[in-house]
Design a protein around this ligand. Structure first.
Ligand code: ZN
Length: 671
């Protein structure tokens, strides 16, 4: 596979990727060729005198055309179809690509060129998108320290190296201390556990070459164990181990937390920001830390009453069942008993109404009613696996996207579900192109006896990913740079979570949720139970989420002088505790999201996105869930724009005001 055969010479309609012709042995030569081309184009771009912004940006994005294509195919296959042969070259592929990217971001000639053009074009007319791209190009360099003097640049590089290594050690420590713990059970200890958990516990024991059954701190074992085990002493044991992960001995993360927080603040200050949170949030819809802390505070205040009532309900049940003092390891257990009593249904009752075919067609139908889209199956288009289906997507008569659906598990696929793009919308290989979007899931395969039948969770997941896919497919930008889902982090979940609301609408469920054998529509009382279950302990859930967001901000939005992490945590979590914390308890020692993932000063985004989707949907509820005026506004102002405009401005244009938290409070039953 040379890059040429893949793209420019592609004989397939819509420049589709010829997956069938790609061999694993082609990737490395194609990557090297792409890098050589990028270097040549980069040298030309640096020397060219550009008279207008359009060609300047076109040439700039074109530098990486081949590279973008090769790496997009590679990384998509790495997630959805990772054979051993592909795995074997992934290290080499990644390091070569990273090396090129690092060289590029440290290339001062590129920065000088961007700076020069930015001031040259500052008085010429340009579109909002062009302005936004130019600013982003400039900011990306500045945020990496391009404007600093040599000494500060040096310090910044040292901090970055140290942070990278600390964050690796942090996640290693969490992993090690998770793996260290292992609770071996005899047959007597299984009291209350569901059959599926017993089965997994047995398998885990066998893997560890141990007798009987084993529960570890991995959440797929830990969470159901805490909900169902009737052995209170065992619940206590595993709970204590779980909340004190990575707090002692060689895997103690607490000193690392302190170092990382200090370094992050120092880094931010070198770059001219007061705190790490201000640095991060400057590139978010929320913009600054006071917006985020106010936001979290509002939710804390609002959900206090409901969470206390819910907690009291748990306490009362425990007392009624003879427990004199409710401890932390009892809460999940008694909560689950309440849930069982209130919403008696299980996945098996629902699955017959959710055959995959009916769900897919249901979603296609919703996309047609909202945006006038039609989906035409193309059975001749080459794919990377026979189970993948390809659709041509049309807006009226106009082709707008290819859609690849890869929905069943296989050994070469990662778990979970995600939306992806093989090709982004925008200027690519010298022309304006429509996108090639994919949805990858792990739904149950059809069997001899029945079609693929989804759980309620699967149905919501599919709607979610389809919402992301619409963001990709409907994009109408000039350049790929900020098209589709290339938006701020706290804005990207709006289209996906918004579409979930249609899955929860009784009107839509009636249209597609029909029994695969009898065609009977899903019973109304079953729908009610499912929807009510979504609200179960919403007060406690909200408090928990907000407590994590507040802890994140406590570390990153304030500079603390020589305070130890445990003290900061104790102060931040004080208002969220329903029971006294245990002496060994520490959240920050294993808060991987913010200390080894990319979520620092970003944990609030989960709730933020919910606010946006509930608020946006409330307009649909007001005017009708298929109201053309509202759906067209959402399409034109949000889905088509990608990241080419400030999301706060786009959202205000759509909703005629800034987002309100009230619709979410109503949905959660908190108002
Ligand atoms: Zn998502």
């Amino acid at each position: 596979m040379s890059v040429e055969t893949l793209t420019l010479l592609s004989k397939l309609p819509y420049n589709a990727i010829d997956f069938k012709s790609i061999e694993v042995s082609n990737y490395m030569p194609a990557l090297r060729e792409a890098i050589t081309k990028a270097k040549t184009k980069l040298a030309h771009w640096k020397n060219e005198d550009y008279a207008n912004i359009k060609t300047f940006l076109q040439d700039f994005t074109a530098i990486t055309d081949e590279l973008t294509l090769v790496s997009s195919i590679f990384y998509n296959m790495h997630s959805a179809n990772v054979t051993e042969a592909l795995q074997a070259i992934s290290q080499e592929f990644s390091s070569l690509l990273t090396q090129f990217q690092n060289d590029f971001t440290l290339d001062l000639e590129v920065f000088e060129k961007v700076k020069k053009m930015r001031s040259l074009f500052s008085h010429s007319p340009m579109t909002i998108e062009e302005h936004k791209i130019l600013e982003k190009m400039y900011d990306d360099f500045v945020r990496n320290g391009a404007n600093l003097n040599d000494e500060d640049k040096n310090s910044l590089r040292k901090i970055d190296e140290e942070l990278a290594s600390l964050s690796l050690t942090y996640s290693d420590n969490v992993l090690k201390s998770t793996k260290e713990f292992c609770l071996q059970l005899s047959a007597d200890d299984l009291l209350g556990l569901p059959e599926s958990l017993v089965h997994m516990a047995k398998e885990t024991a066998q893997k560890k070459k141990l007798e009987g059954y084993v529960i570890t701190l991995d959440s797929y074992l830990y969470v159901p164990f805490m909900k169902h085990s009737q052995k209170r002493n065992l619940r206590e044991k595993i709970y204590r181990a779980s909340v004190s992960k990575a707090t002692t001995g060689e895997t103690n993360n607490l000193p690392l937390v302190k170092k990382m927080v200090d370094l992050r603040h120092r880094r931010a200050q070198l770059l001219g920001f007061k705190t790490h949170a201000e640095y991060v949030l400057a590139k978010r819809m929320a913009k600054n830390s006071s917006t985020v802390t106010d936001f979290l505070h509002q939710f804390k205040t609002k959900s206090k009453k409901k969470s206390l009532e819910e907690f009291q309900e748990v306490k009362s049940l425990a007392q009624a069942e003879g427990l004199s003092v409710l401890e932390k390891w009892d809460v999940a257990y008694y909560s689950e008993r309440i849930k069982e009593k209130k919403y008696q249904f299980d996945d098996e009752m629902l699955r017959p109404y959710f055959s995959l075919e009916k769900v897919l067609n249901g979603v296609f139908d919703i996309a047609r009613k909202l945006y006038g889209l039609t989906f035409k199956k193309n059975s001749t288009m080459p794919t990377y696996d026979d189970a993948v289906e390809v659709y041509e997507v049309y807006d009226q008569e106009k082709f707008i996207s290819l859609l690849y659906l890869d929905l069943f598990p296989r050994d070469t696929k990662k778990s979970g579900a995600w939306m992806t793009s093989f090709m982004e919308q925008g200027f690519f290989f010298g022309e304006k192109r429509r996108p090639h979007i994919g949805i990858v899931c792990n739904f149950p395969k059809p069997t001899d006896k029945e079609p693929s039948l989804l759980t309620w969770g699967d149905v919501v997941t599919y709607f979610h990913e389809f919402g992301h896919a619409l963001h990709g497919m409907l994009s109408q930008c000039e350049y790929t740079y900020l098209s589709g889902t290339n938006v701020y982090w706290d804005f990207v979940e709006l289209p996906s979570q918004l579409l979930e609301n249609w899955a929860r609408s009784p009107e839509c469920l009636e249209a597609f949720a029909k029994h695969y054998k009898t065609q009977e529509v899903i019973p109304v009382d079953l729908v009610k139970k499912v929807l009510n279950a979504d609200q179960f302990q919403s007060g406690l859930m909200t408090m928990r989420q907000i407590s994590f967001g507040s802890l994140d901000m406590a570390f990153h939005a304030q500079v603390h002088e020589s305070t130890d992490p445990s003290q900061i945590e104790a102060l931040a979590m004080k208002d969220f505790q329903f029971l006294e914390p245990l002496p060994e308890e520490s959240m920050c020692a294993s808060f991987s999201h913010i200390f080894s993932g990319g979520y620092s000063a970003g944990y609030y985004s989960y709730k933020w996105a919910e606010v946006l989707d509930a608020d946006a949907f409330s307009l649909f509820q007001e005017k009708g869930i298929f109201n053309k005026e509202v759906s067209t506004a959402f399409r034109q102002l949000i889905l088509e724009k990608g990241g080419t405009e400030d999301p706060a401005i786009l959202y205000e244009k759509f909703r005629s005001r800034s987002p309100s938290i009230d619709p979410l409070l109503t949905r959660l039953g908190i108002n």
